[in-house]
Design a protein around this ligand. Sequence first.
Ligand code: KG4
Ligand code: ZN
Length: 342
Amino acid sequence: MIVLGIETSCDETGIALYDTDRGLLGQALHSQIAMHERYGGVVPELASRDHIQRVLPLTRQVLDEAGLTLAQVDAIGFTEGPGLAGALLVGASVANAIAFALDKPTIGIHHLEGHLLSPLLSADPPPFPFVALLVSGGHTQLMRVDGVGRYALLGDTLDDAAGEAFDKSAKLLGLGYPGGPAIARLAAAGRPDAIALPRPMLRSGDLDFSFSGLKTAVSTRVRAGLDGEQDRADLAWALQAAIVDVLVAKSRAALEQTGLTRLVVAGGVSANQRLREALTGARPAIRVYFPEPALCTDNGAMIAFAAALRLQAAREAGQPLPPAPDVFGVRPRWPLEQLAAV
Ligand code: KG4
Ligand code: ZN
């Protein structure tokens, strides 16, 4: 079964083809970062308009490169939520229009499920069950994952997400968008422990997070006056260290609480090198899995893959593929735990 995946939830148009027999057949991505950069963040209306211009040319490109036609696609997966309503509607409209015209089924995919399952696309995929640390621009969650759609929330952020702390602090430091990679680059020149920042909720005794205080601490330090590039780099180092320390401590606590020995880290912040090093060091009994570097941030491959897994499971359970759609919608807010197991 060949599945076309369409991701348009935020500032990346991602298109991919996944074959349940042969794996990933191809993918293409257009990032809107250059367009949003001058505004210091994503402008939703601009995002939607750009997705409109990109979805079909990228789809054509991926099909051409794979030597396939739309008629050979068996089903279409699209990101139904969570995300920006207008941006989601572009992907949903195109997916459902193509499907209706060609009489193929569609399946709406939860963006975070895409992230969560993306490490399964690597050469050495993690077996279920595992603990997942989901760290994206809008979410910071620890989940227990027992299978596709079998997700139990262990911990969540009470305010800002880790990616948001990177992005907002980068803005305070006058760095570009997205903030995570910019902070990481600046931190490379920072001196360890030259500036002290808090580790919010480190000892809260639960698996929840809070990062808005960290952003406030960065803001206070910036307002107190930074003396040159070294000070800025020291602050970037301190911020990255504080975020990484909290993420590592809570992930380890989640492993202890569940008794599981596999940790999957996914979402944009999983690209952070320091987080990777800190999570993989020193605990031989724990195995940590990351998505391939190109699949850490938003992409179409994870959506095509999640759609293929769900459709294949339905088929194996003897359920026919759903009919071509005549109605569709999007879910800008959509809790992951509401998903049905397969
Ligand atoms: O998963 P993603 O691409 O989009 C969402 O679903 O939100 O995650 C984007 C987030 C942004 O906050 C960005 O600053 C962060 O991931 N990010 C990073 C790095 N690369 C991206 N944060 C820290 N270090 C990185 N290398
Ligand atoms: Zn994402």
